[in-house]
Design a protein around this ligand. Sequence first.
Ligand code: PMP
Length: 458
Amino acid sequence: MLKNDQLDQWDRDNFFHPSTHLAQHARGESPSRVIKTASGVHIEDRDGNKLLDAFAGLYCVNVGYGRKEIADAIAAQAQELAYYHSYVGHGTEASITLSKMILDRAPANMSKVYFGLGGSDANETNIKLVWYYNNILGRPEKKKIISRWRGYHGSGLVTGSLTGLELFHKKFDLPIDQVKHTLAPDFFRRDDLSQTEEQFTAACVADLEELIAREGADTIAGFIGEPVLGTGGIVPPPKGYWPAIQAVLKKHDILLIVDEVVTGFGRLGTMFGSDKYGLEADIITIAKGLTSAYAPLSGSIISDRMWKVLEQGTDENGPIGHGWTYSAHPIGAAAGVANLKLIDELDLVSNAGTVGAYLNSSMKEALADHPHVGDVRGEGLLCAVEFVKDKDSRTFFDPADKIGPQVSATLLAQDKVIARAMPQADMLGFAPPFCLTRDEVDTIVAATARAVKTVLGS
Ligand code: PMP
């Protein structure tokens, strides 16, 4: 086994880490965190420290760590057939079975699943399909995509553009021209504090209408959104938001892409966020929870209405010119089948709903009255705490103070609990595995209250 010093040196010298401060890491100023094993909701590092992972990796290890059923399914698939492609009608029992299992669980009116590797490439596929669809319909001008500020949809050229976070645009020459952003549906951060929740929803809808009018409805092909904003701060929609937004999209014949990479397969206590909010998607993006991250796999679930047009296109033009070597990779598909079975057998979607409600109510009870906690919010097993400098005037801390990262680091140091400082500086996010117990909720909440007290006082 390698000595820690050796591994750290190799890490700094060779490994280009994503979403990491490159210079600080190369200088050894940020620690190499080497994770060795994991079980249930706990991960263990190379020094034997056991940490409670209240963010399920990157909100993806939904069934929890160390599930033998999934590991066995992966091993069996690797031995029988590690790889074959899915071009020109090829498939495996695992990929065909998984597509049926996904459609059985998806909202009505969905027709087919296109498989990818991760959420970014799935959204990349989605935008290409929306363009293809409009080209087939003879509407070559209808191509722009609307996303929301603070939405997260990936890190590629198109998907990084859809992502409405400055960090993902800055110095990358993004967003591209075809992507336009509308208001983030974050009631707590509304500009006009006199607005009621209903008035704020109306303002979000008005912003979308204005954007469509400015650009011209005949140039706008699609709208993409997460049912609950995720990486942008874990923000459930304000009252009436989704029905009102959908009405606008229908009026202007704009396709709706619902990005369920975080919410798909149970995180909100319903199989899909679309079920919870009555969303009628033209495409649903899935990834993370599809395999609980035991192997990389994503998907685009396509509606009947889009499928019929895509089929017409290939009758005229030959095979669709879009495919990845690893589309529907058999090992990912085998992991997906085992994962979805496990979710059913252990009734994990309903556990996510009940334990999630307990997490959200306990966190509110413990922290809502703290003078520097402006908002505690969430839905299902998603929860966020937002810090403010002054509560009455809703003044935020200077981002340079890095209150969110400080609380997150303190929580880890004091009580070995992992929560995520969201890219919006002063928000702490929780998204634990679905097998979380009430006792573990109590541990997370008590530790968070302690960390908040250490960093911000009383
Ligand atoms: N969509 C959403 C809603 C996500 O949260 C993420 C990842 N956090 C993605 C897309 C991109 O997925 P990936 O990192 O697997 O490319």
